[in-house]
Design a protein around this ligand. Sequence first.
Ligand code: SF4
Length: 367
Amino acid sequence: MFYPGRMRWDNQLLEPPQGETARLPLFGQEAIVRRVNTPEFKGMTFYEVQAKSTINHVKPNNMGFSWTINPYRGCSHACSYCFARPTHTYLDLNAGIDFETKIIVKVNAVELLRRELRKPSWPGEHIAMGTNTDNYQRAEGRYRLMQGILSELNANRNPYSILTKSTLIQRDLDLLVEGAAVTDVSTSFSVGTVDEEVWRKTEPGTPHPLKRLEVLSKLNRAGVPCGILMAPVLPGISDSPEQLTATVRAAAEAGATHITPLVLHLRPGVKEEFLPWLEREYPELVPPYRKMYRGSNAPKSVAEPIQKAVYALRDQHGARRGPSHRRSKPVGSAELKPAPQVEQMSLDLGDEPKRQVPKWVTEEVKD
Ligand code: SF4
C-alpha cells in the first residue's frame, strides 16, 4: 500500500506501524499511530495524519501576519506557560502530558503546500511559522517536513518568517540562505530569559537559551535576519533587573536584529495547566498570580515597567529595534560578536541573589 508517511528511517528509528490507528476529531481519516524506539523519543507517540490544507488563514492580529503553517500539533518542548496547550483538547487529548508527548504530524504537509502555492488564487503573502507550536520541535529531526516546506517556499519566492526555540533550525541554514536571497525571510528565537534555573523549570524540552543565541549569531552571519522574542517574561520569576539585563545583553551581543519583550499571557485553558506547575515550583507566587491574572493579561502596572526596562536595556546595549522582514546582507564574522558561551553566562548569573520577592507581591496590583 502506498503510505505517504513512510520514511527512509522507518526501519531504523521508528517502530513499524503495528496496524494501530486512532480517530482524532478534526481529521477525516484514521491517524497512523507510531511509537519511537530511541531513548531520545522515549514515551512519545506520533499520530500521522493526512491534513486537508497546509497554509492556514488566521484572524488579523497585531503581529502582522495572516497566514501560518503548522506541520505539527502538540510540542515536546513542554513549556509550562505554552499558550497552544488548549488546542490539544480539540483532539480529545489533554493539554498537559498529552500535549507534550502525543504529537500530531501532518505527513502530507509538503505535497499540499506545493499545490497550494501554485493555485492562481494564492496571494503570495507572508507566511509565519512557529506561531502556534514549534516547527523545529524534536519530531522535525525525524520527519524533516520543514526542509520540504522551505524548499517549496523558496521555489515560489514566497516571503516567510520562523519563530522557534530550537537550534535544529541550523540544519536548514542552506535553505534559509537560499530563501533570503530570493525573498523576504526573517527568523526569531524565543528567549524569555537566560537564567539557567528558570529555563530548566519552565522549558524542560528546549535547548539552552544561550545555545539558541549561538545559532542566532550564526544565522545573522549567514545573512538570515534573526532576533529574539523575549517571551514570556514571567513576573516575579524572570523579571528582576539582573535577569532582564543578562538576557538583553546576551541577545544584543549575539547580534539580534530585534529584541521584543512580551509579558506572560495566561488565557483560559493555559491557566489551568500553569497554576499547578507554579504551585510545585514557586508556591509563594500562587496568590499574587491568581490576583494578577484574573484576566489573560498581566495588569499594566506589572507589564509596562517590564517592557520599559527591556526597551531601556535594548538602547543601552545598542541592540537594533526591528523586527525586520528585510533581507540582510551577509556580514563577516568579525562584524558580529559571537554569542556568549553557556559557561560564561552561567557564571554571570551565578552569584546573583536567586530571587527577591518582587514589589508587586507585597503591593496591591493596580489596573
Ligand atoms: S516551544 Fe512554543 S509551542 Fe512548544 S511548548 Fe514551548 S511555547 Fe509551546
